[in-house]
Every structure is written in C-alpha cells, then in structure tokens.
Design a protein around this ligand. Structure first.
Ligand code: ZN
Length: 576
C-alpha cells in the first residue's frame, strides 16, 4: 500500500467531497448486524452448489428479505426498487451429500474407528462423489505418497483400492481411479496458509487446525461412480500410522444426490432517476459452503442494499441518477451469463464492485480487509510496495491495463471510513478469480472487496464463529458510499474525485521514484534495471492519464468548465 505521506500534498482521503461522510453515516446507522448474521447462519446450514437445494433456498431466502425491505417482487413499475430471479441451464449437475464416512476396519485393534465423517468434519466428502451401495464398501488402503507423478503409481495393483495421497483429489482421481481402477481417493492437500505447521508459528494458533481440511471436488464421472475425500492432518496421520504397522482396510459409506435443476441469479435494482441505463453493479457469490466465503459477501450485499433503500426512502441520501444493481450469483458463471444475456444493459455498466469474503473476524482468520485493485501497473511489474497475497498464482497472465478512477476512489473512501473507525484497509495487485474478473475481461472497471490470508479459507472450519458483523457493516458502508457517489456525482463532487486521483497519481510517482532508485541501486545490472524502471514509470503515467480522463464521464450532468480545466491541467502535468 502506498504510504499516505509519499508526497507533500494532502492525502487522497482528505480530498473526498463532503457527501462521502454524510452517506457513510446514514448507511452505518441502517446496517442491520443481526440480520446479516442471520443470513450467514442460514446459508451455513448448506453446502451451496448451483442447482442444489441449499443454493436455491439461499436465493429464495435473500429474495424474501429484499421484498420485506421494500423491493417490489418483479418489475411492474421499473422506476421503483425491485427484485427478480433469472434462470439458465446449469452446465453440470447439482450435487448434495447426506452421508460421507471413512472408518478403519480390521487394523490392529482399531476396528470401527471413524476418521472422517460429515458430522465430524462436515466437508470431507468431495463434490461429485457417488453413493456407495447401501451398507457401504470395504476396501484396502494404499498410500501413494505424493501422488502427483505417474511414477508414484507405476507397477502397483490399485484395482478396487482406496488411494491415499498428498496431491489434490482430482489429480489422485485421474491417476488412481481412471488410470488404475481404484474405487476412490483420499487427498491430504492443504494450502500453505491453512497448514498447522505454518499456523503454529503464531501464538494465536487454534488447536483446531489439526482438524482442518480444504474441501474440493473430483470430476463428475457417471461411468466410474467413485468417491473422493479430503483428509484432515489428524486423519492423514492416523491412517499413515496404521499403515506403518501393517495392511489397513477401510469401510466407506457415501450417500449423495445429483440434481438437474437450472442455475439461478438473484437481481435487485434501485433504478436511476435520470440515467437509468447506466449501471453500477455489485455482486456476491452464493455457491460454496463457507460462512466467510461467501455467505458473508451475500449478507454484506443484502445489508447494503436494504440500508441504501431505506436511506434513500427517508431522504437521508440522494436518489441515484444511475441505476444500482445488486446480484447474488453462481460465481463467475452467473456474471458471465448476465453479461451475455443482457448485451444492452451490459453496455451501460460503468463500474463493478465484487464482494467475496467480506466478513472475516480478522483476529481469528489472520488477514486484513483488502481491496484487490483492478489491473494497474503493480499487477504487471512486481513492486515491493504492492505485494501479492498467498492466494496468487505467479505466472498468471498479466491483464490488459486501462486506467480508471475506481481503485483510488474506493481506497480513499475506505481509508476515510477506516480513519473514523480504526478499520484496517490494505490493497493488493490484481489477481483475479472472482466475479470482478468477468467484468474486467469485458473492459469494465471492477475491483474486489475481500480479506486474506484467512487460515480457514475453503475449509470445513469456515463457520459463522469466524465472521464479524462489524466487518460486514464496514465493507457495506464503504462500498455503498463509493457506489452511490459513482451513481450520482455532481460536477462539483466529480471535481473533488479528480483531485483525489491527481493526489494519488502524485503519491504513486513519488513512491515509484523512491523505490525505483532502491531497485536500481541493488541491481546486478543497474543499466538494465534503469530501463525497466523507466518502463514502470511510463506505465504509471499513462495509467493515471487514463484514470484522470475517466473522471470526465463521472458527473451525471454535463461537465462544467472547472472540472474540465482541472483534469486538463492534471493530465498536462503528468505528460511533462
Ligand atoms: Zn469466494
């Protein structure tokens, strides 16, 4: 994150228009923390997957909350806030589980010991696992060790066996079940940020990390009809300790169902007064089993939509000139489908804000609130000031850069909010992977509100006790404030935003000059480093010239001379 005092001028957050504090205060008082937690708990009952009962119950439940809060069901009068559901064919069957148990049988006095179960570990069974015959199956356990290389399997008789390995479940599946006729697999794979040995370095290490697993899927395979499990470190250690003493036989019981229903998207809108075809989109994904990922995003979005609706109805905040659109989707797929199905509406989308993992209780999960910025030069060139998160897969294609006001405006709004409340706000370069990616690929400026690292990410322990309603309220307040400003900026407010962007540009160039000099000074080949640093500096200049230019389109009434001349002068300064 660029330090606030990088250049001599005022910090971007000081330059925001006064309406920002007004809106934030009006929304803060209207965010219903108890309702947000009630939705998190409701969704926590289910492993939500497109087309399955938990996914559909969630869509219906949120729709009910929105209609109770004054959103009209359907769109008889398109000028009033309304809510509706869109359906489209799911590309693969929905899946639901009721039983998934692995028990040790016939091993050295350990008969009947359950090592993994739905009651004990919740999400141990992999998505797309088929039911076993009633009464379950009994099979020998074979440990292939790492399991990611073909040589781990060579010359071994795995027919009908259950294969234990450290590779991801789908890798084990391809090698062991498809390649060697195994009945099923047990994977011990666990991300670095949730492993107990890493968590142990912190004094706050929860003991439950030995009972953690990262849920996952195996390929849908109606021919082999096998199963997969994810093991906790404790279960993996138990199985390997028993194998060290002799042969192990497991008893596995699975009961699951596949559904063929459609995929669904819930959409609510507060229509714009004078520019209804121009939209600001906010989205959260429904699928996945987690409380933070992403029941918290769904609850944050519900809370901000209802708070905005109430504040507008009470006259505490202006009615937006542009339309505010709220979507609860099947991640990525639902966003892509909406853009495809509504080309006219899609062409009018000005900005998009994604809400994914917005409710972390940071004292428990470990990471802070993050704004994942839309692609800027820090996504293309590694900068010491802008570290990637542990989630990032190095080598992913760098996205096309196009400067926009969105990153710095939302950061300034969050920082201003944080200053009043002690909220910690950081940023990370673009990494992709949630709904903002779809909009960015469509050329629409977008960013992600999230938290990372999270030692419970994609695990069975991502439950409501790891979420914070206050954190959701903060993300909701800041996101709604940014969205409302984007949807209703007057020329005077747009001028303030132009000053925010100009200040951010000044801070960034000062920061890059400083850290560029350090990089050149430490380089083995300073001449080469100098060339690259010049490239980085040029990229930031171009990016900020475009970002300042994007403010011209922000006001909802024609731009006035004061705004135009400020932007012209700020751009001329960057071009020098
Ligand atoms: Zn997510």
């Amino acid at each position: 994150m660029p330090p606030a005092a990088a250049s001599a001028g005022p910090a971007p957050a000081d330059l925001l228009p006064p309406v920002v504090d007004q809106v934030a205060t009006a929304l803060d008082g209207r965010f219903d923390q108890a309702r947000a937690m009630a939705l998190v708990r409701f969704m926590d009952q289910y492993w939500r997957l497109a087309g399955n009962p938990g996914f559909n119950a969630t869509i219906d439940h949120i729709k009910g909350e929105l209609t109770a809060a004054g959103f009209a069901d359907g769109a008889e009068d398109p000028r009033t806030p309304h809510v509706w559901v869109e359906s489209y064919p799911a590309p693969s069957p929905g899946w639901n589980d009721t039983v998934g148990t692995v028990a040790v049988q016939g091993a050295h006095g350990q008969a009947g010991t359950v090592v993994l179960s739905r009651a004990g570990q919740r999400n141990a069974l992999c998505i797309n696992s088929f039911s076993t015959p009633s009464g379950g199956i009994t099979a020998r356990l074979v440990d292939v060790g790492d399991g990611s290389r073909s040589s781990d399997y060579a010359g071994r008789d795995l027919r009908g066996a259950i294969v234990l390995g450290d590779a991801e479940a789908s890798t084990l599946w391809d090698e062991a079940v498809v390649g060697h006729g195994a009945a099923g697999v047990i994977s011990t794979a666990l991300g670095v940020y949730v492993r107990p040995e890493d968590a142990n370095s912190s004094e706050r290490t929860p003991r439950d990390q030995w009972n953690v697993l990262q849920w996952n899927r195996i390929p849908y395979d109606p021919v082999r009809k096998g199963f997969g499990f994810k093991a906790t470190p404790k279960a993996a250690a138990t199985l390997r300790r028993l194998l060290a003493a002799g042969p192990v036989t497991l008893h596995v019981t699975v009961q699951s169902t596949f559904t063929s229903g459609p995929d669904r998207t819930l959409i609510a809108e507060i229509p714009g007064t004078t520019r209804p075809a121009e939209r600001i989109v906010m989205a959260a994904h429904v699928q996945e089993p987690g409380a933070n990922d992403d029941a918290s995003g769904c609850a944050t979005l519900l809370g901000l939509a209802t708070a905005l609706r109430q504040a507008i109805a009470a006259g505490s905040v202006p009615r937006p000139a542009r339309t505010l659109t709220f979507m609860w989707v099947d991640e990525v797929r639902g966003s892509r489908q909406w853009l495809q199905d509504h080309p006219d509406e899609a062409a009018g989308v000005q900005y998009m804000l994604s809400l994914d993992m917005t409710g972390e209780d940071t004292a428990k999960t470990g990471g802070t609130f993050l704004i994942e910025k839309g692609p800027d030069p820090s996504a293309t060139w590694p900068r010491p000031s802008d570290p990637h998160t542990l989630w990032y897969h190095a080598g992913d294609a760098a996205p096309r850069l196009k400067g926009s006001l969105l990153n710095d405006l939302h950061l300034a709004v969050c920082q201003r909010y944080g200053r009043r409340t002690g909220w910690v706000v950081r940023t990370n370069p673009y990494e992709g992977g949630s709904d903002h990616t779809v909009y960015i690929e469509a050329g629409i400026p977008a960013l992600l509100n999230w938290h990372f690292p999270d030692r419970y990410y994609h695990t069975n322990l991502d439950r409501p006790d790891k979420t914070s309603p206050l954190e959701m309220q903060r993300v909701a307040g800041a996101t709604a404030t940014t969205a409302l400003l984007l949807a209703s900026a007057t020329p005077a407010q747009a001028l303030a935003v132009a000053k925010v962007i100009a200040a951010a540009a000044g801070d960034r160039l000062a920061l890059e000059t400083r850290q560029g000099a350090d990089i050149i000074g430490a380089a083995a080949d300073p001449a080469e480093a100098r060339v690259e640093e010049q490239e980085v500096m040029d990229a930031w200049r171009v990016w900020y010239i475009e970002a300042l230019g994007s403010v011209r389109r922000l006001p909802v009434t024609p731009a006035d001379p004061a705004l135009t001349s400020f932007i012209d002068a700020a751009i001329a300064k960057l071009e020098r």
